[in-house]
Write a new protein. Structure first.
Length: 522
């Protein structure tokens, strides 16, 4: 594969064309080893990176407190690493895990589709959720042993087989290592696609999963989180003409499952009463758990429909950037009532598919932008007082800190990627106390931003509480002269737990080969 093709992968991933190639992955916040603000110190980046496998590994997550983490490698492998030394290395007793041909253990090979891994979320040291598209599913993985976990998967008798065609028959139960998220989505009457056309025109009647009404199958599984006793799974629902200036998206959905990982054996089934929730916008790309007081929420990243500006062969630069087509938002689902109770409008900002990262105090949520060198941010303090039931989702525009009109700017690198070719792509963010680390793929930088939340600031937190501190040029910018260089940093996390040997800040690099890198923090 040519380097020119590889350089476009992050943007294709952002619209769901190849979810497994997404640069960003929600890896959560850390404590920075329990210390104060971390300062990145780079002595020699080369010996702080280890090859993962293929280019653009989509994500990673720490397996609890300690130095063990798992990287998702394209297309269907999980790779363990120990980051207790300067250079990430293979841990003793654990080997890379390649998905079997029957990944969900339903007795049939995953054919003609094969799962393309997208992300990993560590729910506990004994359970990780691994999302996959193409063969749409959530896999149950045990990070401490490196093996898939059997769950008892059941479907209530009230469902039709067509509602979840790859799950057990309604009224039955089977042991599975994965949960098919290939579900029937029934949008409300008059629903439109991202181009403004009625679903009844966009989806041919022969493709309806419910013959009685315009309907379609969920697709491009993009995120999963357990909140309370519910599993929420986001689906982008990509339509026609992917990777073009006017890519079509069908209304995005969140599939809801009742789950009990602690039972023996663990159990999961589609929620009988609210199996699918439609979002306020197009292209749902991630789920973030947020709990405050007695309230439990699923925050859904709505990236919005995103077109692709293709490379112009008559220029030296390699153009391949996103064009926002519809509004972005962060939707808020009450995990107990299963209502979409609120939404933060973010304009034409295209938030990163890595999802929202919440600061350690729980006050703010931050996410990067796929179309510029900017951070987006929301104030989470209004969520605790939201009603559990609403006629329409509450508009939380008054609690937005940074949006499309006024994002927090990531400084451009001198001699960095030309705006005409790569105007910005903030892959992921991580918190270390009151400090944000943000990876920017176009310039190959890690931005350091301080956030001052002292004194219970007003809602929304004022923009001047955010201060750019440092810009670390870890990788090469995306330019015509840097093919073959280490480029495009992606998912980032601060190592959780007490201080220990090895790097404190860990992140992925995607081009020309996938690498896991770590830098010291003091």
């Amino acid at each position: 594969m040519s380097h020119n093709s590889v350089s476009k992968f992050p943007l294709f991933a952002a619209i769901g064309v190849a979810a497994a190639l997404c640069l960003g992955s929600k890896c959560g916040g850390g404590s920075g080893g329990g210390g104060g603000k971390a300062t990145i110190v780079i002595e020699s980046p080369d010996d702080r990176c280890t090859a993962v496998g293929d280019a653009f590994p989509p994500g990673f997550a720490f397996a609890g407190i300690g130095a063990l983490l798992w990287v998702v490698d394209f297309p269907a492998t999980l790779v363990p690493f120990d980051v207790s030394a300067k250079t990430p290395q293979a841990p003793i007793g654990l080997a890379p895990f390649a998905l079997p041909v029957d990944s969900d253990s339903d007795g049939r090979a995953d054919f003609p589709l094969r799962p393309v891994l997208d992300d990993i979320e560590i729910d506990s040291p004994e359970l990780a959720l691994v999302t996959a598209s193409s063969y749409e599913e959530v896999l149950f993985f045990r990070p401490d042993t490196g093996a898939l976990i059997p769950f008892d998967v059941s479907v209530a008798a009230s469902f039709e087989k067509a509602d979840n065609p790859l799950l057990p028959d309604p009224g039955t139960l089977e042991s599975r290592t994965g949960l098919s998220t290939f579900a029937c989505v029934r949008p409300p009457a008059g629903a439109l696609d991202s181009r403004g056309d009625p679903i009844a025109m966009s989806v041919p009647a022969a493709g309806y999963c419910d013959p009685a009404t315009p309907s379609y199958r969920s697709s491009f599984t993009s995120g999963a989180q357990i909140v309370g006793d519910r599993l929420f799974v986001s689906s982008s629902n990509l339509g026609d003409d992917p990777g073009t200036l006017n890519t079509q998206f069908l209304p995005a959905s969140v599939e809801v499952y009742d789950i009990d990982p602690a039972s023996n054996p663990p159990t999961v089934e589609p929620n009988e009463f609210v199996p699918v929730i439609l979002t306020t916008g197009f292209n749902a790309t991630h789920v973030t758990r947020y709990e405050v007081g007695s309230r439990r929420f699923a925050l859904i990243t709505i990236t919005g429909a995103l077109g692709i500006v293709r490379d112009d062969p008559d220029t030296d630069e390699v153009e391949a950037f996103g064009l926002p087509l519809t509004q972005a938002a962060i939707d808020v689902i009450d995990a107990d009532t299963l209502e979409l109770v609120a939404s933060y409008p973010l304009g034409l900002s295209s938030p990163s598919t890595s999802g929202v990262t919440v600061d350690p105090t729980g006050r703010i949520g931050v996410v990067g932008s796929l179309i510029g060198r900017a951070l987006l941010a929301i104030d989470l303090s209004p969520l605790e007082s939201l009603p559990g039931s609403v006629a329409q989702p509450v508009d939380l525009a008054g609690a937005v800190i940074f949006d499309a009109d006024e994002g927090f700017p990531i400084p451009a690198r001198a001699g960095g990627a030309p705006v005409s070719a790569c105007p910005g792509f903030v892959s992921d963010v991580a918190f270390d106390g009151g400090t944000i680390y943000a990876t920017e793929a176009c310039d190959g930088t890690i931005a350091v931003i301080d956030v001052d939340l002292d004194g219970n600031p007003p809602v929304p937190v004022p923009a001047d509480r955010f201060t750019a501190v440092e810009l670390v040029p870890f990788a090469s910018p995306v330019t015509a002269s840097t093919f073959g260089d280490r480029r495009q940093p992606g998912a980032i996390a601060v190592r959780p737990g007490p201080p220990g040997p090895g790097p404190e800040i860990v992140f992925l690099v995607g081009d020309p080969d996938g690498e896991l890198c770590g830098v010291d923090a003091i």
